[in-house]
Design a protein around this ligand. Structure first.
Ligand code: KIV
Length: 319
């Protein structure tokens, strides 16, 4: 202690204290580490009935803004195929696409728990291939967990990943990678037989070791039945109010060039309009010559200009 009871400052054991900025950096990274959300936090949130907020993001700025806005989980969804790459389903999305986008998100997301989707058929072949693909999303992409669509039929793949230390989130109900088998992007589980199958699938996934399950487009009542039977949290998207958390696609909730607005989506902003207005104003000013203005240009000093103009002036060439 110092003479006034304060902690001692200055050299200890003959070594100088690290510079102030280094100490501050270490403290900041310690805070960052402590605040980073884990699968344990998500389970605790379920136990304490604190709702989990998940949003998709696909690049550095969207992840940065989701993190700033206080989201708990960022999903690098293969929905990127539809909202970012312009496909009409998630089926064309590749492992390389997922790794590329996950890398950008992981660079921005320090506190949010980042989950990356395993794309179409990347976890249905051999267990070795499934593990290699999941490993790419974590090692190259920087994801903290992966998500797989399907029920009992993928339990072996889930188990193998979990045994290897890879956290897996399940996804049942409307599974967009199976859109052609399901006959469209439709509500699932309205009939008793289908509902029973979804409950069994959820239990099988939990038994296989998932840390959470996305329930997409199922009736609220069924989502409630599943949620109360599971120890792990459920995240609903179009699954009503009884799930442990909610998820929405970034471009849907912000109405960012996202033309479809299914009933379950709530638009919290419409960013398309200000973006189009901004770009239109720019185009108008380019056409009229108003941009760039004096504030946007760089100048040479007079002597340098004279020297260069002299070299390239009319008399200089060819003499
Ligand atoms: O790809 C995605 O964005 C998803 C959500 C719809 C849950 O899987």
């Amino acid at each position: 202690m110092g003479g006034d009871g304060s902690p001692p400052t200055g050299p200890k054991d003959g070594r100088a204290d690290p510079p102030e900025s280094l100490q501050a950096k270490e403290a900041a990274s310690e805070m960052e580490y402590r605040k980073a959300i884990s699968t344990f936090d998500l389970k605790k949130m379920k136990a304490e009935r604190e709702k989990i907020a998940m949003v998709t993001a696909y690049d550095y700025p969207s992840a940065l803004l989701a993190e700033r806005a206080g989201a708990d989980v960022i999903l690098v969804g293969d929905s990127l195929g539809m909202v970012v790459l312009g496909y009409d389903s998630t089926i064309p999305v590749t492992m390389d696409d997922m790794v590329h986008h996950t890398k950008a998100v992981a660079r921005a997301a320090k506190r949010c728990f980042v989950i990356a989707d395993m794309p179409f058929l990347s976890y249905h072949g051999s267990i070795d291939r499934t593990l290699e693909n999941a490993a790419r999303l974590m090692q190259e992409g920087g994801a903290k967990a992966v998500k797989m669509e399907g029920g009992r039929e993928i339990a072996e793949s889930v188990r193998a990943c979990v045994r290897a230390g890879i956290p897996v989130m399940g996804h049942i109900g409307l599974t967009p990678q199976a859109v052609h088998q399901l006959g469209g992007f439709k509500l699932q589980g309205r009939q008793p037989e289908q509902a029973r199958k979804l409950i069994d699938d959820a239990l099988a996934l939990e038994e296989a070791g998932v840390f959470g399950i996305v329930l997409e487009m199922v009736p609220e009542e069924l989502a409630g039945l599943i949620t109360e039977r599971l120890q792990v949290p459920t995240i609903g998207i179009g699954a009503g109010r009884l799930c442990d958390g909610q998820g929405l696609v970034y471009h849907d909730l912000l109405q960012y060039a996202s033309p479809l607005k299914p009933k379950f989506v709530k638009a919290y902003a419409n960013v398309s309009e200000p973006i189009v207005e901004g770009i239109s104003a720019y185009v108008r000013e380019v056409k009229s010559g108003a941009f760039p203005g004096e504030d946007n240009v760089y100048h040479m000093d007079g002597a340098a200009l004279e020297e260069v103009a002299g070299l390239y002036g009319s008399g200089a060439r060819g003499e």
